[in-house]
Design a protein around this ligand. Structure first.
Ligand SMILES: [Zn+2]
Length: 314
């Protein structure tokens, strides 16, 4: 029986923002949309859902939200390498809103899996502060929404080359969310994501960091997925899997020093699908995080979607 295809959500409003001189600019998403347009996979570009203040409050403080919303339409340079271009905040609200929409579609059965093709990314955004290129933490907001809808165990898997410090912080004391992060050791943020960061209180043991040395190849990542992540994930028995899908571990990415190929990213997606099929009837949502060589990023995303849609592993 043919499985339902991965639901792809994006919106062209996220293409009108971003400083073209900044690595996190609209050409990234434009390249992805262009690549998918020439494929057999359809993207739903009709959902123009801006996360509300209440939805952003699922993760972020009121003071931080108010600060960000006051910056809309301005260029602002902030600490922690944040540069906000006109309308970036609106894009960030849309990115979070599209993630929320996908969670609701997967949980009420309209979709089985999905990919939020959004920008700016979110996994560095902390509850009280933006960071890196991240304004609102799209995946953490989506996870909080899923918990509010009654889901009791969520696996968040972050394979962006950088440590997802904001997501880790949002669930550090929460045993309902198993956060597993595979990243290049001590890249950005500095001194974040060591194996000693394991969670606290009820959440102790529910944060798992897997820092890797630079120059790891496809096989290195696939081995970690099979030997370390898969057993942890299956033992946790998640009801939903959310993936921080960053593609800046690609061999030609300008911001890191890993050696992954586009085909390798496809194989990573294939393994994640196998975990999702074995644990939660395939309920899995990818969220676009990093990846700063637009052409490679588009190919990486395509391979992920293609493998996820064609793999029948159960
Ligand atoms: Zn990254």
């Amino acid at each position: 029986m043919r499985e339902k295809l991965m639901e792809l959500l994006s919106h062209t409003a996220m293409l009108k923002t971003g400083d073209p001189a900044h690595p996190e600019n609209a050409t990234r998403l434009a390249a992805i949309l262009s690549r998918l347009k020439s494929s057999e996979y359809n993207i739903d570009l009709t959902v123009e859902r801006l996360a509300t203040r209440d939805e952003l409050r699922l993760v972020h403080s009121t003071a931080y939200i108010d600060q960000m919303l006051s910056f809309d339409k301005e260029y602002m340079s902030l600490e922690h390498e944040m540069l906000i271009a006109p309308s970036d905040v609106e894009s960030a609200r849309l990115a979070a809103g599209i993630g929320l929409e996908l969670v609701e579609r997967v949980l009420d059965g309209r979709a089985r899996s999905g990919f939020a093709l959004v920008r700016p990314p979110g996994h560095h955004a902390r509850p009280d502060a933006g960071m890196g290129f991240c304004i609102f933490n799209n995946i953490a907001i989506a996870a909080k929404r899923a918990l509010a809808l009654g889901i009791q165990r969520i696996l968040i898997l972050d394979f962006d080359v950088h440590h997802g410090n904001g997501t880790q912080e949002a669930f550090y004391d929460d045993n309902r969310v198993l956060f597993i992060d595979i990243h290049q050791d001590d890249l950005f943020p500095k001194h974040s994501g060591s194996i000693d960061e394991k969670g606290k209180d009820a959440g102790l043991g529910f944060t798992v960091n897997i820092p890797l040395p630079d120059s790891c190849f496809d096989d290195d990542y696939l081995r970690v997925l099979e030997k370390q992540i898969k057993p942890l994930a299956l033992n946790f028995k998640p009801e939903l899997i959310l993936v921080s899908a960053g593609f800046d571990a690609h061999e030609d990415d300008p911001l890191a020093s890993m050696r992954l190929s586009s085909k390798g990213y496809g194989q990573i997606a294939k393994q994640i699908k196998a975990i999702a099929n074995a644990s939660c009837d395939g309920k899995c949502i990818f969220f676009l995080e990093g990846g700063y060589n637009p052409e490679n990023l588009a190919n990486d995303v395509f391979e992920c979607i293609h493998e996820f849609n064609t793999t029948t592993t159960s």
